[in-house]
Design a protein around this ligand. Sequence first.
Ligand code: PMP
Length: 285
Amino acid sequence: RIAYVNGQYVRHSEAAVHVEDRGFQFADGVYEVCEVRHGMIVDLTRHLSRLDRSLSELRMAAPMSRAALTFVIREVLRRNRVKNGIFYMQVTRGAARRDHYFPAEGTPPTITITAKSTDPSAAAKKYANGIKVITLPENRWDRVDIKTVGLLPNVLAKQQAKEAGAQDAIFIDRDGIVMEGASSNVWIVTPDGELVTRPAEHGILKGITRTTLIDVAKKLGLKVVEREFKTEEMLAAREVFFTSATGICVPIVEIDGKPVANGHPGTVSSSIRDTFFDVAEKTAI
Ligand code: PMP
């Protein structure tokens, strides 16, 4: 495997950044994960736009132009022969002697890109069976709209889910409002057949898959409502599912040990999945 690190393509096993990288010391960095399907990068433009937003919210400089970045991403995918899989891209405020203040002007950002192939049949199995989740109190900072590498609460939530015999966790705020998953956005299908997801202006990451799913729903003639909903409403929903670039649309069949509807994945999530790739933007490698 090959990784890209600050201008060089290096063996993945030897790819490294400095010990005083601010990503390592302060989680002072941002990232993106993109899906690759049938040799096509899914929703690249939206992911690169979100990266720009994350960088600007943290007052970090873009490591290179969008055209150059797209070239490097394609090169990493080509060198790893990825046809189905993901790439991961991280940008930090660079390496500098440890000090909370921003480093001196001109300190170059650190950029790394890795890619890996994934097995489409493993994903299909997950869709077919759905996943179990637990709910946990929201304990993150209030700028989770920025896609930073500071993911400790998410790491602890996922591990807690795993130890509870589930696969994932959903954060619930103090008022009982459903926020998002540890690495995905949450949707419900109401008994009336409406697709509901909470507004993404604040309190959650505005998922790219979430945005594209709104386009998919339009194509399928499904009504999408962006409003808050509580745990009780989620438990009474006809379907509950996650969206994320890596999972696209993953049905949730059990929440805190209670089945969602009849405990099997629903038809709305599967028709969305069947249509998603047709609607999403596709960039050939
Ligand atoms: N929320 C969080 C906390 C996430 O980590 C992710 C995945 N990066 C998402 C939502 C879904 O975003 P996307 O659809 O862009 O992958």
